[in-house]
Design a binder for this molecule. Structure first.
Ligand code: F6R
Length: 366
């Protein structure tokens, strides 16, 4: 059943190129300047009736929602609030019939997400679900569903569901932006083509998994890891940090790189492992100086950057490169590296990778 793999998690990480392709195939066609969003009616008329967008989810799906906020705000210029489902419900959210509430849930059964969906529905909001499971409670109760065609995800740590959620977020953002006329056809094509390249790039990255394994074999003994990033890289850092924590049981934190010096830098000492994501051109120089700050305090800095960025080698102790791609879509191609780092570190530590302690695949209590 594991198809020759030792763990479902590695199998599912490696299934990502196919999952990404499946999620895009019928929706992003080579020769069409539009997104085909299944049966979802979300045209100009419907969108003009919407003045607020919320994205509500838990855990990994919440991290996909943060990228969704970035994409919708950047492309469509509509303000979006992304909220953890267990918080959303209790803050008397300003939701009404002019709100679009996007719920993201791999399983479609997460109790907090479901409760948030029901609250938003009761207030008259339009509910769009992004889920992986046909017939799940979320899929049945939402007004519209956009499926992530990731296939069954068995390992507790979410991998291919996350990357396909990202693709859905980008497609949705592009669609809304096209309808509202906030992006040009050229920009649309640029992002569409970049998304279409991701399966092949992830395939390329996965070929180098043994380098990541080697890295993990040298570093598994650490007791604290910081993931740093700015902008989109910060959201990817959050997901990378969650993966590492949940399967390796190593304490780790994701930090917005510029915020580190406002307190947390006190924790950096000789040998502290830092994973610095530096893929965003407009924030690159700033990230390099944040790397220097931690390096000066003795940290061991591993950077992830886009190919062609050579200066990063002078600052970091080690660099993993991703193939060059449009900055807006790097979360899809960086996360496989972070998933593999978490995976191989967990394997080296001998944890129960597919069923980490204290966790369940689907959290049905609030
Ligand atoms: C982490 C993980 C969890 C889930 C969260 C939401 O790897 O899997 O954080 O993402 O429990 O689950 P769904 O998406 O099923 O609502």
């Amino acid at each position: 059943e594991k198809g020759g793999y030792r763990h479902f998690m590695l199998k599912e990480i490696e299934e990502q190129p196919k999952a990404l392709k499946d999620t895009m195939t019928s929706r992003l066609l080579e020769d069409q300047d539009q997104v085909i969003l299944d049966q979802i009616k979300l045209g100009k008329k419907e969108l003009q009736n919407i003045n607020r967008i919320f994205i509500v989810a838990c855990g990994t799906a919440y991290h996909a929602g943060l990228v969704g906020k970035y994409a919708i705000e950047r492309f469509a210029r509509i303000p979006v609030e992304t909220e953890v489902a267990s918080e959303f419900r209790y803050k008397k959210p300003i939701v009404d019939e002019h709100s679009l509430v996007i719920v993201v849930s791999q399983s479609g059964e997460t109790a907090d997400t479901l409760a948030a969906l029901r609250l938003a529905k009761e207030k008259g909001a339009r509910i769009l679900a992004i889920t992986n499971v046909i017939g799940s409670t979320v899929s049945r109760e939402a007004d519209n569903v956009l499926y992530t065609w990731a296939g069954p995800e068995i390992a507790v740590a979410s991998t291919k569901a996350y990357t396909t959620q990202l693709i859905c977020m980008y497609m949705l953002a592009l669609h809304i932006a096209l309808e509202l006329g906030t992006i040009s056809v050229e920009f649309f094509r640029e992002i569409r083509d970049a998304l279409k390249q991701t399966p092949q790039m992830v395939e390329e990255i996965l070929k180098h998994k043994h380098d990541i394994q080697k890295f993990a074999d040298h570093n598994f003994n650490t007791n604290s890891v910081f993931f740093l990033g700015r902008g989109l890289d910060y959201y990817t850092a959050m997901e990378g940090s969650l993966k590492l924590k949940e399967i390796s049981y190593i304490h780790s934190e994701a930090y917005a790189a510029g915020e580190l010096k406002h307190g947390t830098i006190a924790l950096i000492e000789k040998g502290t492992l830092i994973i610095a994501l530096a893929t965003q051109q407009e924030l690159y120089e700033k990230l390099l100086s944040n790397m220097k700050e931690v390096k000066a305090r003795g940290a061991h800095v591993v950077a992830i950057a886009q190919e062609g960025h050579e200066e990063v080698k002078k600052v970091a102790d080690e660099v993993f490169y991703i193939p060059r791609i449009n900055d807006h879509v790097t979360p899809v191609t960086i996360i496989p590296i972070l998933q593999l780092i978490a995976y191989y570190i967990a394997v080296a530590r001998g944890t129960d990778v597919d069923k980490p302690r204290n966790l369940a695949k689907s959290v049905t209590v609030e």
